[in-house]
Design a protein around this ligand. Structure first.
Ligand SMILES: [Zn+2]
Length: 382
């Protein structure tokens, strides 16, 4: 029987924070091996849970053939398989990261609103590279939800609420009781109060921007209110305004969160498309870009990479030199003269090398233009 799993129940654990990663990275080898598993559970790619479970089974089958998999590791793997079998709330979870080591009393599951690359590794320490990447790429999205009296600003990062403020301006219900002959004046007064409230709402968003910061702003407001709000926004916020959400300003927080996540995906896809277009122009133009895994690993060796773009799911075998750290598509003798080692996934190695050089790494999800360019490319510093 599958354990009961209700993601809405109990205290909501944040998906991932820098402290979480630090805690995992702080685990030092005591001789025991840690099993790390990343699994793509995206509902778009894997319609049924059985589909991603099959991908996990395949990784587990390969792993169990390896000599380092002893009884303890086998038990850790079984624990991970059990947890995956219990399922996830895939309306908000697209990727999961699981870490298990009984000897360290470690079993951590992070449900992520972004996809991850399937990976199963057994190492003396947890493999936190992908988690770091997820956090590094995450951006904050602020929702400004306003009607004529109430305003809320909610800031989300990776689908988690990180800041929330609200304001209510009473626009004068008492005036309902005044005499008929005063109606005109009352209406005018109400309108002025509404204008003032919307200015307050815009100011509220600006104060949140100054205290918490955010990368993108989306609005939840009715037609007339939204256009006035937009006009009231500080110019900095106007530049960050991305979309109007298809949700009522008074909607429950769960609905706003879902709409914010959807908006974030659309923003992400647009940004990826713009980057790929920049890459395409650079490759065909001034030479400040390279495409394909061979030229990319060469550029990494020369430390010329500024941003690395890679298609989600792209894997290719290759070589790594442990003497000079060079990566190559062809082995086995390195340009430094040393003998290289074969690596199962050169793309993963390139991503790690890029992160080590403090490059930005952008994993593009289903971008056909990047696939045409060779599924990987780099914008260069020079
Ligand atoms: Zn070398």
């Amino acid at each position: 029987m599958r354990p009961n799993h209700d993601p809405q129940e109990g205290h909501h654990v944040p998906v991932i924070t820098e402290d979480d990663i630090r805690a995992l990275a702080a685990i030092r080898s005591n001789g025991a091996l840690v099993t790390s598993c990343y699994l793509d559970v995206d509902g778009g790619r894997y319609v049924r849970p059985a589909d991603y479970e099959r991908a996990l089974d395949e990784m587990v089958r390969r792993m169990r053939r390896r000599p380092e998999v002893d009884e303890a590791v086998d038990a850790d793997i079984a624990r991970i398989v059990d947890r995956v079998g219990a399922g996830f709330d895939r309306t908000s979870t697209r990727g999961v990261a699981l870490f298990s080591c009984d000897a360290h009393d470690l079993f951590v599951v992070h449900e992520l609103p972004v996809p991850v690359r399937n990976e199963l590794v057994v190492n003396p320490t947890p493999a936190v590279g992908q988690l770091e990447l997820v956090l590094q790429q995450s951006e904050k999205v602020a929702v400004l939800a306003a009607d004529k009296q109430h305003a809320r600003v909610l800031v989300y990062r990776l689908g988690e609420l990180v800041e929330k403020v609200e304001r209510t301006d009473d626009i004068g219900r008492d005036y309902d009781t005044v005499g008929e002959h005063d109606r005109g004046g009352v209406e005018q007064h109400r309108e002025e109060m509404t204008h003032q409230h919307l200015r307050h709402a815009a100011e509220l968003a600006w104060s949140v921007y100054q205290s918490t910061g955010f990368d993108h702003l989306v609005l939840a407001a009715a037609e007339g209110v939204a256009s006035e709000l937009e006009a009231d926004l500080h110019p900095y916020l106007g530049e960050r305004l991305r979309a109007r959400l298809d949700v009522a300003p008074s909607a429950p927080e769960a609905d706003l969160r879902r709409a914010a996540l959807e908006a974030e995906r659309a923003i992400e896809a647009a940004r990826e498309a713009a980057l790929v277009e920049e890459l395409r122009a650079a490759v065909n133009g001034d030479g400040r870009g390279v495409a394909g895994i061979g030229p990319v690993v060469d550029a990494l060796a020369e430390r010329r990479v500024d941003r690395l773009l890679v298609s989600d799911g792209y894997e290719v075998e290759g070589w790594r030199c442990d003497t000079c750290d060079r990566l190559a598509t062809v082995g086995r003798t390195c340009t430094c003269g040393a003998e290289m080692v074969a690596v199962p996934d050169l793309v993963e190695e390139a991503v790690e090398a890029a992160l080590g050089q403090s490059c930005r790494v952008v994993v593009c999800d289903g971008n056909a233009d990047l696939d045409v360019l060779g599924r990987v490319g780099a914008l260069l510093r020079y």
